[in-house]
Design a binder for this molecule. Sequence first.
Ligand SMILES: Cc1cc2nc3c(=O)[nH]c(=O)nc-3n(C[C@H](O)[C@H](O)[C@H](O)COP(=O)(O)OP(=O)(O)OC[C@H]3O[C@@H](n4cnc5c(N)ncnc54)[C@H](O)[C@@H]3O)c2cc1C
Length: 251
Amino acid sequence: MVDDSTYDVAVVGAGVFGAWTAYQLRRSGKRVVLIDAYGAGNSRSSSGDESRIIRMGYGADEIYTRSALRSLRLWQELFARVDQPLFQRTGVLWLAHEDDPYNLKTAETLEQIGIPFEKLTTAEVSKRYPQIGLERISWAMLEPESGVLMARRAVQAVTFAAVKTGVKYLQDAVSPVDSGTDVRGPQRGSPAGVLDPPVNHAQDARAIKQKVNAMSSPAARGCQSFFLICWAKEFILRGRRFSTLELPQVT
Ligand SMILES: Cc1cc2nc3c(=O)[nH]c(=O)nc-3n(C[C@H](O)[C@H](O)[C@H](O)COP(=O)(O)OP(=O)(O)OC[C@H]3O[C@@H](n4cnc5c(N)ncnc54)[C@H](O)[C@@H]3O)c2cc1C
């Protein structure tokens, strides 16, 4: 069924970036539609695996450390709200060789921002983690507050929360206006695990970006993953051409 509902923003891709973007836009009062070709946290997406590390150390790149810190807080708030233990505070252990510039810079940044970490000698590492070989290791650094996100289920939880707050979710593929092809290719509906032809997110992203005013996250650049936010431009959905301001509600 198609009606004439309109949206302020269409977010294409319900991976971790798209799902959070849709959720936060909705919370800031926007009318949002979130569209994914295969479903939130699907196994072809890079967010669709069982687990992902969330850590604070990014060398001298303080902006990523601050971003990770804020992300972890937001994840924990969400998990508390939905009552799902999808963050495991395992700690993150960095193994370093002497004068390792990345680890030294990481330690400096964490100290500057006030993120707790422990510096460990090899003797301490060997006592606490006897399973780890210490060849070429001179010291280590433990982030006790960091750990593992249960990625697929976490992305699905954000998407569910987004839908509960009023985001319209559609499972469908978005194509560039002049491509004439569905990004899933002719094998739509092929048995699970069969990837023929494979979805080329990078190529599709490039094609779509030519037609919409798109924004891709720094973390996604260089990966075969992306998310797009379309600002009042056109794209093809279910064989019809729409702008985000005239996007149909499809149920
Ligand atoms: C092996 C591996 C290990 C990693 N480990 C870590 C880690 O430990 N910690 C960490 O922080 N990061 C890690 N990363 C990076 C992290 O997983 C990615 O940065 C993140 O998942 C990217 O999310 P995304 O939302 O941008 O993309 P994706 O999760 O790929 O989402 C893109 C979504 O867009 C949909 N889509 C694509 N094209 C269309 C279309 N035309 N129409 C509709 N929908 C479309 C897809 O179906 C997909 O769901 C790892 C990545 C990999 C591959």
